[in-house]
Design a protein around this ligand. Structure first.
Ligand code: C2E
Ligand code: MG
Ligand code: MG
Ligand code: MG
Length: 288
């Protein structure tokens, strides 16, 4: 619903797509400067121990007229107009600052950050990321960078170069939305990839859809045989969790564990009693 509203607004009184994109891009630029972007965080759980060890940062635009706009409605145009570079750096900066503030209150979490297609073709990105890591005194081995299959396939040579740089700097690299693109695990194995993230379209219904279950199982086995860790996203039920556990999947993420939420809410949940009766294990340093 909001999508249509947004597009109608940008289309109104403008001649063509590129002009409307220009309008959107300058607005997005301002949005970054005026602090209209926010990050939600969704926990990721190690399935065999139940330990909450990581959170994925997910950007939203708190638009003065439209309210919270989901990333899929502005990331594509940000990519087309080049605003994606400041946006990506803003996300990394905020996410690393968040890890450090959580750490100060005893919450020990790694962070997973999404990189766009464009970022992987941006040869200046590694140096800029390095600067942010130093600024926040972050440990790159505790930072997962999520890259989509399409990003890798659209310009494989540059993508490989940027990935090698990031990997040699100590970051963990994860292939997001795995299964929706055209890359094979055999191909990914030639890249410095540590992990794949099976797309939620295969995971959410895998307890009811035999085809999905077969795909997820085969992917886990093949990935493990190639030395890659496997994350399942879109885990919405206990049945899917149990299946993934049985199949030896490494990490789960999804509404069954927790929806993405603000950093304060996530910290409150972690520090609250409520979840201690659940199956997850605390990332609180003191409670070890
Ligand atoms: P993604 O990286 O694959 O993130 C997972 C999406 O699935 C998120 O949507 C999350 O809220 C949603 N999700 C998580 N658990 C469940 C579940 O159990 N069931 C269902 N149905 N959905 C679940 P979101 O936050 O709307 O983000 C959408 C996409 O936007 C992300 O997909 C990612 O590709 C992109 N994105 C988000 N933040 C950033 C960012 O900072 N930079 C870039 N370049 N892209 C971003
Ligand atoms: Mg992601
Ligand atoms: Mg994903
Ligand atoms: Mg996805």
């Amino acid at each position: 619903k909001r999508k249509q509203k947004g597009f109608a607004f940008y289309a109104a009184g403008r001649d063509n797509k590129s002009i409307s994109r220009l309008g959107l891009s300058s607005e997005l630029k301002e949005a970054i400067e005026q602090d209209q972007l926010i990050l939600d965080y969704q926990p990721m759980v190690d399935i065999s121990s139940g330990r909450i060890f990581c959170a994925e940062a997910l950007v939203r635009w708190n638009h003065p007229q439209y309210g919270l706009v989901p990333p899929e409605e502005f990331i594509p145009s940000a990519e087309q107009t080049g605003v994606i570079r400041p946006l990506t750096l803003w996300v990394i900066d905020r996410a690393l600052a968040q890890v450090s503030s959580w750490s100060k209150i005893g919450i020990d979490l790694s962070i997973s950050i999404n990189l766009s297609v464009r970022s992987l073709q941006d040869r200046q990105l590694p140096a800029q990321v390095q600067r942010l890591v130093m600024l926040h005194n972050a440990d790159p081995s505790r930072v997962i960078l999520e890259i989509t299959e399409s990003a890798i396939m659209s310009d494989p040579l540059t993508a490989r170069r940027v990935m090698r740089r990031l990997s040699s700097m100590g970051f963990q690299l994860s292939v997001d939305d795995f299964g929706t693109g055209y890359s094979s695990l055999a191909y990914l194995k030639q890249l410095p990839v540590d992990e794949i993230k099976i797309d939620k379209s295969f995971v959410t219904q895998m307890d009811r859809d035999e085809n999905d279950a077969v795909i997820v199982r085969a992917t886990i086995d093949l990935a493990h045989n190639l030395g890659l860790k496997v994350v399942a996203e879109g885990v919405e039920s206990t049945d899917v969790w149990d299946l993934l556990e049985m199949l030896g999947c490494d990490t789960a993420q999804g509404y069954f564990i927790r929806k993405p939420q603000g950093p304060r809410e996530l910290a409150d949940w972690i520090c609250s009693r409520e979840w201690k009766q659940e199956r997850w294990v605390t990332p609180l340093k003191l409670a070890k």
